[in-house]
Design a protein around this ligand. Structure first.
Ligand SMILES: C[S@@+](CC[C@H](N)C(=O)[O-])C[C@H]1O[C@@H](n2cnc3c(N)ncnc32)[C@H](O)[C@@H]1O
Length: 358
């Protein structure tokens, strides 16, 4: 049987533990790992914070099952609650658990190595597979459907914005022209098409279709929208002294995280006021100086860490209502898919404890 601890190497693990654990020292502290994956980070958070418990959210039922098994094997299951949900259901997940405030929230965005290596899910350009790319296989939108139904302009926007693909327009036009007589259903077909469109002289290092695959994955899974909807929900449920730690792997993700955190790091008052009123004071304290990157040794042993940008903040005072509203123009009312835990049989069975409102 495969050892799941070797499938995915957690990125910047020690740094993440050092940022998360201090917020979890008090008995009854609650951490939420919004991107549980194979629990590489989550198991270490629980070991470093023996008084805390952790809610692990993932939209991938297979990852949830493996993470739950790992927690059991490592003797951590009684402090762990797995939840099948997308992380933009954050507020509903907490409500479902009877929790108002949490002491730490962690996000390690993107795909796990399990998903990348699973050749039948179509995430990888290096294996021929159906163009699926769903992290949550219960959702209807697949990469094949995007390629079959979006107009050329929308496809070009996706390739350009999410993939920073220089030949976005040409690739989109070619897809629209070909699909009328030959539906695009496999990664090999898409690879071939991109290979024919992108001129030899202008190819980035590696596979020319890499950016197109990344862009499609972001679109299929609504990754940036979900992130932007989730951050304000996290802020609304963070206890004072609570910490938010986020690892991004794409410039647009990092930009979203950075501008969200910056709103709480600045004074919200016109310059030159003789005194800054308390409600205008910063409500976050920055725990990293800008974005932390992986060092060369980590990149050499785990190439996935090459693009990581880690940012972390601590909530230093309650967020005034008016500033909370500025954070969440599109607050979501999504409800958690109830029964998800029991589908996996992964719920620990302990009653949900009330979170503390520090
Ligand atoms: C990079 S992996 C996390 C790896 C984990 N930190 C570890 O060390 O094992 C990201 C995980 O987040 C999940 N994920 C990505 N977007 C999500 C979303 N919007 N809601 C819930 N889970 C999501 C993916 O399914 C994947 O399992």
């Amino acid at each position: 049987m495969t050892d799941i601890t070797t499938i995915h190497q957690p990125v910047l693990l020690e740094r993440c533990v050092a940022l998360v654990a201090p917020a979890l020292a008090e008995p009854g502290s609650v951490a939420v790992d919004c991107t549980l994956g194979l629990a590489g980070h989550a198991t270490h958070f629980l070991k470093a914070a023996p008084e805390a418990r952790l809610i692990g959210i993932d939209r991938d039922t297979e990852a949830l099952g493996l993470a739950t098994e790992r927690m059991r094997r490592e003797g951590l299951a009684d402090r762990f609650t797995p939840v099948h949900a997308a992380f933009d259901e954050f507020a509903a997940v907490l409500a479902d658990q009877g929790i108002d405030r949490v002491q730490a929230v962690f996000m390690d965005l993107g795909l796990s190595s399990l998903q990348i290596d699973e050749t039948d899910r179509g995430f990888s350009y290096s294996h021929d597979a159906p163009l699926d790319m769903r992290m949550d296989v219960t959702q209807p939108l697949t990469a094949e459907r995007v390629l079959a139904t979006y107009d050329a302009e929308s496809l070009a926007r996706i390739f350009r914005d999410y993939g920073e693909e220089r030949f976005a327009r040409q690739i989109a036009r070619e897809i629209a022209a070909r699909r009328a007589h030959e539906p695009l259903t496999t990664s090999a077909q898409l690879n071939r098409l991109v290979d024919e469109v992108v001129p030899q002289a202008h190819r980035p290092a590696g596979n020319p279709a890499k950016r197109v695959f990344q862009a499609l994955r972001i679109e299929v899974n609504g990754e940036l929208d979900k992130l932007a909807r989730t951050l304000p929900q996290i802020a609304a449920h963070l206890a004072v002294g609570g910490r938010l730690v986020v690892e991004s792997y794409h410039s647009l993700e990092d930009k979203t995280v950075k501008s969200f955190m910056n709103q709480g790091l600045k004074v919200d008052a016109p310059a030159g006021l003789p005194m800054i009123p308390p409600e205008a004071q910063p409500f976050f304290r920055e725990l990293t100086r800008g974005a932390v990157k992986a060092d060369e040794a980590e990149i050499a042993s785990n190439p996935r860490s090459a693009s990581v940008r880690l940012r972390a903040v601590e909530l230093v005072r309650p967020i005034p209502e008016a500033r909370m509203r500025q954070l969440e123009p599109n607050a979501t009312n999504a409800t958690v898919r109830r029964g998800a835990h029991s589908r996996r049989g992964g719920r620990t069975g302990q009653p949900a404890r009330q979170g503390r409102n520090r």
